[in-house]
Design a protein around this ligand. Structure first.
Ligand SMILES: Cc1ncc(COP(=O)(O)O)c(C=O)c1O
Length: 397
């Protein structure tokens, strides 16, 4: 049988972070002592209050189809959170629940892109590995906008202008950023707003790491800017902020016509989320203490891990303002990021994700998650230091 597949899917690469995690798991199963820094997942349990709410939902028999757009009480509570914490003025009618943040991006892009019309979506690089494939799978054309490590990935008007065409429909913006840990400054938000208005574009703002920020930093929510609020679609969820990756809880906050369109797709592609998961989400919105404890722990780990990386010859790592990734540029005798990741896996037994998987701005970089046990992070530093010094010289720490 010769299968004929959707042409849009043929050139999609597999997820690089999943591929590295799988390879590391396999080596571990063979008895190799691997430390994995590749996974993008909190190393905490879901807060107890949320777990108990989920269990009680199951015990109460809330295991049937639920409301299509999500539990009304949850949508109302999310709207209150977005209004109070993010300055996005909205009501429950603007909120649609999705099975994870990833599917929120997918439904949004699907709703906006007309396959075969040549619709383009600009993606600020380095970017989370799934944006490009989601646009391609939807029949759109992803356009990589390369930002620069040396400039700490600052967004400027000239770099945006260099990539816009008459086919551009939207820009995907992700802050706090995976992989770089950068947040969106007020100045950059103004640049994006002017750009979107001048070219009549939609801004898709993925804010899934919004609660994981350090040193009092706050990333600007584009949806809070009055002059562009009708062209911003905000995406968020519970996976990262409240350690609920397995519950599959994401949401979209969008202008009403967009909610209507996405809800048509959702009715046929998802039906609804499980009700007990949404009950857990409702409880998670009142777990402020847990969120602060997790963030304080990430902060401690960020500080010693990034300092340790910068002490290795040839390694440069900006201190991330948000999310839980160290994004380091490694000068290793001309090796590219895939070769660097292979070298670290073979020589140091440390699994990291190659930066080139995150697009053009990721050359010579690797992503390492510091949502990893402290003793593993310290051991990974020791091993990487020894492995890199074998090539770059200098005495071992
Ligand atoms: C930037 C970004 N957006 C969305 C997601 C997806 O989150 P979820 O697990 O809720 O689908 C991730 C997960 O890694 C992410 O890094």
């Amino acid at each position: 049988m010769e299968y004929r597949f959707n042409q849009n899917l043929l050139n999609i690469p597999p997820s690089a972070s999943l591929a590295v995690s799988e390879k590391a798991k396999k080596l571990k199963a063979e008895g190799v002592d691997i430390i994995t820094l590749a996974t993008g997942e909190p190393d905490f349990d879901t807060p107890a209050k949320a777990r108990i709410a989920g269990i009680s939902g199951i015990a109460s028999g809330h295991t049937h189809y639920g409301p299509a757009l999500g539990l009304p009480a949850l949508r109302k509570r999310i709207a209150r959170k977005l209004t109070e914490e993010n300055g996005i003025s909205c009501s429950a009618d603007n909120i649609i629940m999705t099975p994870g943040g990833k599917y929120a991006v997918y439904e949004t892009v699907r709703a906006l892109i007309t396959p075969a019309a040549g619709d383009e979506v600009m993606i600020l690089d380095p970017a989370w590995v799934s944006y490009g494939p989601i646009v391609t799978a939807s029949g759109g054309v992803p356009v990589d906008v390369e930002l620069s490590f040396e400039d700490n990935y600052r967004i400027t008007r000239p770099v945006l202008e260099a990539h816009v065409t008459s086919n551009t429909r939207a820009v995907i913006v992700n802050y706090p950023n995976n992989p770089t840990g950068c947040i969106l400054s007020a100045e950059e938000a103004e640049v994006l707003a002017d750009f979107a208005l001048d070219h009549d574009l939609i801004l898709i703002a993925d804010e899934i790491y919004e609660r994981i920020v350090y040193d009092g930093a706050k990333s600007v929510s584009l949806g809070s800017m009055d002059r562009i609020k009708d062209r911003v679609i905000t995406i968020n969820g519970f996976s990262k902020s409240t350690a609920m990756t397995g519950w599959r809880l994401g949401y979209i906050c969008a202008p009403l016509p967009v909610v209507k369109m996405i809800s048509l797709l959702s009715q046929h592609a998802v039906s609804c989320l499980s009700q007990f998961s949404m009950e857990a989400a409702l409880a998670a919105l009142d777990c402020e203490d847990d969120i602060q404890t997790m963030t304080a722990s990430y902060l401690r780990r960020r500080n010693f891990f990034v300092d340790g990386l910068n002490a290795i010859p040839g390694v440069t790592c900006h201190k991330p303002s948000g999310a839980f990734y160290a994004w380091a540029k490694i000068d290793l005798a001309g090796r590219n990021s895939f070769e660097i990741a292979d070298y670290l896996l073979d020589e140091a037994k440390v699994a990291v994700v190659p930066g080139d998987s995150y697009g053009l701005g990721g050359s010579y970089c690797v992503r390492m998650s510091f949502a990893t046990a402290e003793e593993d992070l310290r051991e990974a530093l020791r091993r990487m230091d020894a492995a890199i010094r074998k090539i770059n010289g200098g005495n071992e720490k």
